[in-house]
Ligand binder design. Structure first.
Ligand code: PMP
Length: 349
């Protein structure tokens, strides 16, 4: 990797960041009159800007030092902050593999960063040689890999990831939003070895906290310091930090929920394959299944009529619908609706 300072925007290196009241005075006191807070109420005080209690629990859970952790208002915030730290608008570029999560290209567009889209193989794997044209280009600062990938559900192989980290001179961001459904696939163990690796994770999926907006960034201390420099001072609300702390203190409950979802995914995949309409159910390591239908658009619309909403990915991957794994009851309702649709079809033809 290149010298990190050569990858970072000069204005960010030069930035003298905002200092909140809690940055200026961090000790205890009887009276705090330094942050223009309201003395009344229960949510009247600003939250910890660096979320230290939460980071301590995440550090234990993920076996990563607190100095290598960043908490975002969802991992979407971290995706955006990385563009803002590394990419000069209108000048620098980034790379993604498609099909993948849509926010990489939206964040790139918002930050006026040109995005190169490299197609995945037919089995949705990264073709390592495909990054070659971008390894020598100094203006390509970021490369995003999603593992497990949304919407395809598969993970990038460790060998491919290692070869990309070796070959690419910029920052490699591995989005592990769904990794808690397959923790053995995480590349956390590569953090020490590769200073150009940034991992993003989230509590929105396996931890059941989508509403609380807790994204986790992991990287070397220098990159974490840059993210802290650029983030809004109190980017994660107090109640949301507390919700994450509560969830992390109930790990066993969470583990059993993850196991339930994985078992439901297994059963749902078996059931879906019995439908005449279904051409393929792709293997998934996440909490969703990508399913190819004979007529995805029609199935999507028919399901809506049955009040079951799935994600139509037909425009991204022909014939495909992404189905989140619900509760046992929700999955039964989906299967019942599909059976009804298939039965009606058989009457028409
Ligand atoms: N990455 C991926 C791959 C996702 O699918 C999502 C949400 N759908 C996110 C990041 C964003 O997650 P959040 O902002 O809720 O942490």
């Amino acid at each position: 990797m290149k010298d990190l300072t050569k990858l970072v925007r000069q204005n960010i290196l030069d930035l003298d960041p905002y200092k909140s009241a809690r940055d200026e005075y961090t000790g205890t006191a009887k009276v705090f009159l330094d942050a223009n807070e309201n003395p009344y109420g229960t949510l009247n005080r600003y939250p910890d800007p660096y979320q230290q209690e939460l980071k301590q629990l995440i550090a234990e859970n993920k076996k990563v030092g607190t100095n290598k952790l960043f908490i975002g208002n969802g991992s979407d915030e971290i995706i955006d902050l990385l563009f803002r730290v590394f990419c000069n608008p209108g000048k620098d570029k980034a790379v993604v593999f498609t099909p993948s999560y849509g926010m990489y290209s939206i964040s790139a567009a918002i930050n006026q960063v040109e995005l190169f889209k490299i197609p995945l193989s037919e089995s949705f794997s990264i073709i390592p040689e495909s990054i070659q044209p971008f390894t020598a280009d100094d203006s390509v600062k970021l490369l995003y890999i999603c593992s497990p990938n949304n919407p395809t559900g598969n993970c990038v192989s460790p060998d491919i990831l290692r070869s990309i980290l070796d070959a690419f001179n910029g920052i490699v961001v591995v989005d592990e939003a769904y990794i808690d459904f397959c923790p053995e696939q995480s590349c956390i163990n590569l953090l020490e070895e590769f200073p150009n690796l940034v991992i993003t994770q989230t509590m929105s999926k396996a931890w059941g906290l989508a509403s609380a907006r807790i994204g986790i960034g992991m990287a070397n201390e220098q990159i974490i310091a840059l993210l802290n420099k650029v983030k809004p001072p109190y980017n994660v609300s107090g109640p949301n930090q507390q919700a994450a702390i509560n969830a992390l203190n109930k790990r066993d409950l969470n583990r059993s929920r993850i196991e339930k979802i994985i078992e439901q995914r297994r059963q749902l995949a078996i059931e879906l394959k019995t439908f005449e309409q279904v051409l393929e159910v792709y293997p998934s390591q996440a909490n969703f299944l990508l399913v190819r239908f004979r007529n995805a658009q029609k199935v999507y619309e028919d399901l809506i009529r049955e009040e079951v909403v799935v994600r139509n990915r037909n425009s991204l991957i022909e014939g495909c619908i992404r189905i989140s794994i619900g509760s046992e009851n929700e999955n039964k309702k989906l299967l019942k609706a599909l059976k009804k649709i298939e039965h009606e079809e058989s009457i028409i033809y």
